[in-house]
Design a protein around this ligand. Structure first.
Ligand code: NDP
Length: 392
């Protein structure tokens, strides 16, 4: 029996709330808080169980502290935006509550994400006797657990990791992003980066690509991106020599993105327009469909997984582990598309393992530092079954 405070009533927040509501024996009380309380109300009306809702500006530590004191939760699940990670962690420290998120901190004024800002909280969480779990969505999150599972059960040493994220769904819009447009476009328009022999190698944005035949989907072109789990896996998977992250994009998507970039709509610096300052990317976000609105007409599947190479008992091994998720089935279950679903389900499972004491620790942790077994088992139970195969 526990009380969970979910912050952020977007696409992912809706899924976390639905999934927590499905497990009343663990999450006996649920509070959903966000900047726009009407969005919490909309989610509340989709759920048969009573849940509480609240308005909060998660950029403001005193507001968060007042809310946390009032709700007195066992855990705060942060599914607002990466900009709010540090304020919510500050509020958790002040009130003595455990913390979980799905994306690492990013400052608003610079398109840069890295774990250092949050890892720097480790000693403070440890001294407070509290646990913070970072990046417990799908990628990062499940992908980290896939690597930990492979290392625990199938490899003595992992040499290479390729994380491959394919969304082969069609939402019926000429251009839309599957999670927060501002965060998504900042991520994709950055330079690519991968890890090789202890060094980070940089590439031009989306410059490296290749075709991969995704199970249940077929061949798709995937592009090398920098993604946050590479940073924590480089620290936590001993002996790894090369790690890359790949994501598929359609030509239609890339053409839209190129035009938007060329005309300056993806800029994150303020420009003066008719006497006021606007940030073009924030304006673009206001024009694009909300990720949470895409679900109803979404068709097709996602396939996200890890291809690993290494050795077991002196024999080389190649291993592939993945999940396939169907957009329409997700919508039928929780009124969300598969990207929100694949993020929200692991966040609920991570919170469940923390409040029940299965995953415990004092300090700030990434998912691959936890025992993967209970998490991997629950993925199947709560809607994200996985498949593994040895290829050589
Ligand atoms: P959305 O934009 O749909 O939702 C974000 C929500 O956070 C909105 O309801 C928004 O409120 C709220 N919010 C924003 N700022 C504040 C604030 N200052 N105070 C309170 N609430 C605020 O995004 P998603 O649901 O798609 O994504 C949520 C998070 O999940 C993001 O951090 C994203 O990066 C992460 N993610 C992680 C993935 C993974 O696999 N690890 C994959 C996909 C997403 P309002 O509506 O008022 O703007």
């Amino acid at each position: 029996m526990s009380r969970v405070l979910i912050i952020g009533a977007g696409g992912v927040g809706g899924v976390v709330t639905h999934k927590c509501a499905q497990v009343p024996e663990v999450f006996s009380e649920i509070v959903l808080a966000s900047r726009t309380v009407e969005k919490c109300e909309k989610i509340r009306q989709q759920i048969a169980r009573p849940i509480e809702i609240a308005q909060v500006d998660a950029d403001c530590v005193p507001e968060l502290v007042a809310l946390i004191r009032k709700v007195s939760p066992d855990i705060v699940v942060n599914v607002a935006l990466p900009y709010q990670d540090l304020t919510i962690m500050d509020a958790c420290l002040e009130t003595g509550v455990a913390y979980l998120d799905t994306a690492n901190y990013e400052p608003r004024e610079e398109a840069k994400f890295c774990y250092k800002w949050q890892w720097d909280y480790h000693d403070r969480f440890r001294e407070r006797g509290l646990m913070a779990l970072l990046g417990c969505g799908f990628d990062p999150g499940v992908t980290n657990a896939f690597c930990a599972h492979a290392l625990k059960h199938h490899f003595d040493v992992i040499h290479t990791i390729d994380i491959m994220d394919c969304n082969a769904g069609e939402h019926g819009h000429p251009f839309a992003t599957n999670f927060n447009p501002e965060i998504n476009i900042r991520e994709i328009t950055q330079k690519g980066r991968y890890y090789e022999n202890g060094e980070w190698k940089e590439t031009e944005p989306l410059a490296i690509h290749k075709t991969f035949d995704f199970p249940e989907i077929g061949p798709r072109e995937m592009y090398l991106l920098y993604h946050e789990e590479l940073e924590s896996l480089a620290k936590n998977i001993p002996g790894v020599k090369r790690m890359r992250f790949w994501m598929t994009f359609s030509q239609e998507y890339l053409t839209h993105l190129r035009v938007l970039q060329n005309v300056g709509m993806t800029r994150i610096d303020p420009v003066s327009f008719q006497g006021c300052e606007i940030v073009p990317l924030q304006f673009l976000k206001a024009l694009l469909p909300e990720p949470s609105s895409l679900g109803e007409h979404y068709r097709g599947k996602t396939n996200i997984g890890c291809m690993l190479e290494g050795a077991k008992d002196g024999t080389p091994r190649k291993y592939y582990i993945y999940n396939v998720c169907d957009h329409a089935e997700c919508y039928r279950e929780v009124k969300a598309q598969a990207i929100s679903y694949t993020t929200g389900v692991p966040a609920m499972i991570g919170a469940m393992l923390m409040v029940t004491g299965v995953w415990k620790g004092k300090g700030v942790f990434n998912v691959e530092e936890m025992d993967p077994d209970p998490f991997m088992e629950k993925l199947g139970t709560y809607g994200l079954p996985w498949t593994e195969a040895f290829l050589e």
